[in-house]
Design a protein around this ligand. Structure first.
Ligand code: HPA
Length: 272
């Protein structure tokens, strides 16, 4: 794996030879932030050595490296999901590459279903912790000690200083932002109402199909993590209506002005 990471990194460095400080993973409907990156170099996943083959999922994705709010950032516009048939090693490979390129912090974003009944579609949630209910873990198998330790501590997976910083930024912008626990399922089915009730009893505030594998690998690699969910719908069974992916995308797009404002502010004043 180390060899593959180095080859991918070398390829990217040939196109952009300066170290990004912050990584961004942009979730469904939130990719627009990538378009705001200045002096941008954009690289399709399909050209990067050892990046997962995105023809599997049928959607294109790209890395965008450049300047945002005075910081050098690297953004993933589109991510790989477990439900598309990728292994968690493949899903998280870009995080390994971003680490090798030099990032110290990562902002991981997603669209999620609201489980906490005080939430409303369109709200933003700063992730305070997560529940891995995927039934898999990207670190299973032989551990490469040069990448991280065998048994990573997850007691503060989401950096307390970054959580505080994100809350402060939201307050300054007059944005109402929740804080809560994100549970990840494999998907691609949405949850049953019984599963949503179970997740609520477990302490989850929102549910989705991503983020947790990337955060596990980021922590293994010693990267500071901030997670932000856009509540795109209420989880199954809370409102008496079926869930539709089109609703998820529409609501996320409605919330994206707030999302953009918040993330840009977080980046412009991110603490060391
Ligand atoms: N469940 C799982 N994943 C999701 C949801 C949901 O309700 N909304 C957006 N992603």
């Amino acid at each position: 794996m180390k060899e593959k990471i180095l080859q991918a990194t070398t390829y990217i460095n040939e196109k952009f030879n300066s170290s990004p400080e912050i990584g961004l993973i942009l979730g469904s409907g939130l990719g627009v932030l990538g378009d705001e990156i200045e002096e941008a170099v954009s690289i399709s996943y399909s050209e990067i050595p050892h990046f997962p083959d995105s023809t599997v999922s049928g959607h294109k994705g790209k890395l965008i490296i450049g300047q945002l709010e005075g910081k050098t950032v690297i953004a993933m516009q589109g991510r790989f999901h477990y439900y598309e048939g990728y292994s968690l090693n493949q899903v998280t490979f870009p995080v390994r590459v971003m680490k090798q390129l030099g990032i110290e912090s990562i902002i991981v974003t997603n669209a999620a279903g609201g489980i906490n009944e005080s939430f409303h579609p369109g709200n933003l949630m700063i992730i305070s912790d997560h529940i891995n209910n995927i039934g898999d873990n990207p670190l299973l198998g032989k551990n490469d000690e040069t990448l991280g330790e065998r048994f990573p501590d997850m007691s503060k997976a989401y950096d307390p200083k970054l959580i505080q910083h994100a809350s402060d930024c939201a307050k300054e912008l007059n944005l109402q932002v929740h804080k809560g626990v994100y549970a990840a399922n494999s998907g691609p089915t949405y949850e049953t109402p019984a599963e949503v009730n179970m997740l609520r009893l477990w302490g989850a505030d929102a549910v989705g199909m991503s983020t947790v594998p990337e955060v596990i690998v980021a922590r293994h690699a010693g990267i500071r993590v901030l997670g932000i969910s856009c509540i795109s719908n209420m989880a199954a069974g809370i409102l008496d209506q079926p869930l539709a992916h089109s609703e998820v995308i529409e609501t996320t797009e409605r919330a994206r002005e707030d999302f953009l404002k918040l993330v840009k502010k977080i980046i412009s004043t991110i603490p060391k």
